[in-house]
Design a protein. Structure first.
Length: 132
């Protein structure tokens, strides 16, 4: 299954007035990781803009275990977790680099959608051959 890691430093705009990362910032970091994971799966930004087929998030499940703080470096590990006929799931872990503590775990369900019609598509047959 495709997998990769990205890194993010917690910036001022990621935090609340107490210097703790707010939930939207974690989702932004997951989005960056998922976008790079999609590229490994053949859905890089240029290809998506040319084909007009996009992976669309249908559901996000997220568990906040420990807070990240201003200046922390976070490793985001993303991987393709499961394939079905018309949906796939990606899983994520966010780990603080300084102490190895898991801060967040998340799982997202996605579907491929053809735009501009918004038509859901079946997953490519080669995905099941490669990763099924």
């Amino acid at each position: 299954m495709p997998a990769l890691e990205t890194r993010e430093e917690v910036m001022f705009f990621d935090t609340d007035c107490g210097g703790v990362v707010h939930n939207l910032a974690y989702l932004r970091m997951i989005e960056t990781c998922r976008t790079r994971l999609a590229a490994l799966m053949g859905m890089d930004l240029l290809t998506m803009s040319q084909t007009q087929v996009f992976p669309v998030v249908a559901r996000t499940e997220i568990d906040y275990k420990r807070p990240a703080r201003l200046g922390d470096w976070i490793t985001i590990r993303g991987r393709l977790d499961e394939l079905a006929r018309a949906r796939f799931w990606c899983a994520f872990e966010m780990i603080r680099e300084s102490d190895g503590v898991t801060l967040v775990t998340a799982r997202q369900s996605l579907a491929l959608v053809a735009m501009p019609a918004g038509k859901p598509l079946r997953l490519p047959a080669e995905w099941a051959q490669k990763w099924g």
